[in-house]
Design a protein around this ligand. Structure first.
Ligand code: ATP
Length: 247
């Protein structure tokens, strides 16, 4: 998975300004960046929800805007995405939410679907909540349900849009543990977009820093967290003093 010189503007407002990033296969990459810097816009490009004004989005080596809509649709099935609030269907219980992609995209029998769904729900610790509706469970549980649903098709790529938003530090830490466990068990290329430096420290193999629509640093997490570069240091230490300002 790679973005090459991707540019995107909304009207006169340039959000991505030649963004380059090649994600390491079978590793967890965290993308950090200030608010409004284009992290969610990047995710939307990777899943093919937004078309870049320039540059290429390569998934499994293919530019997703040089293939047919049908091929793009097929490609999306190999992605799992965990949106901020879990993006569950409010009218379906947790079991049906997790079963949804299998019912929609496969010909599996209900007994086979049940086996997979229950395995995923047990993995995320929600087997006791399967008959509940999303509104009846906590935000952390909704994220775990979203995670179970994101993994139900055995995706090769999993994208997390601020998985820690709205969670307290303990639940954030537990969710990070879960991300690590699931990655260990199922492998795959994971991208985690977050503001939370502690989460990044915990889960990342690689770290990318985005500022003003460009990648200003990319490398192994250990090296990034030990970096002497003033920008990287300010960013990863969350300091107010340094080259990064409010503008
Ligand atoms: N569809 C759109 N139309 C117009 N502007 C948009 C659209 N999508 C995003 N933007 C703008 O692009 C900028 C980047 O948005 P994005 O949501 O990617 O930021 P972010 O880095 O994810 O921020 P945060 O960390 O606060 O979620 C924002 O200023 C946003 O208002």
């Amino acid at each position: 998975m790679q973005v090459r010189d991707v540019r995107k503007a909304f009207g006169d407002f340039h959000v991505l300004n030649g963004l380059n990033l090649e994600f390491a296969n079978d590793a967890i990459t965290t993308v950090l960046g200030p608010s409004g810097t284009g992290k969610s816009v990047l995710i939307k490009h990777l899943v093919g929800l937004l078309e870049p004004d320039g540059g290429e989005v390569l998934i499994f080596g293919k530019d997703i805007w040089r293939i047919s809509e049908h091929e793009r649709y097929e490609l999306r099935k190999r992605f799992g995405v965990l949106f901020q609030d879990g993006a569950l269907f409010g009218s379906m219980n947790i079991y049906d939410n997790v079963a949804f992609p299998l019912r929609k995209h496969t010909d599996l029998a209900e007994t086979e679907i049940e086996e997979i769904v229950m395995e995923r729900l047990i993995e995320v610790g929600l087997e006791a909540a399967l008959t509940k509706n999303p509104s009846e469970i906590s935000g952390g549980m909704r994220k775990r349900a979203g995670f179970a649903r994101a993994l139900v098709m055995n995706p090769e790529i999993v994208l997390f849009d601020e998985p820690d938003s709205g969670l307290d530090p303990v639940r954030t830490s537990l969710l990070c543990d879960l991300i690590l466990q699931m990655h260990e068990r199922h492998k795959g290329t994971y991208l985690v977009v977050t503001h939370d430096i502690r989460s990044a420290r915990k889960v990342s193999d690689y770290v990318g820093l985005i500022w003003k629509g460009k990648v200003v640093h990319y490398g192994e997490a250990e090296e990034a967290f030990a970096s002497r570069d003033p920008f990287v240091r300010q960013f990863l230490a969350g300091d107010s003093a340094g080259p990064l300002g409010m503008d």
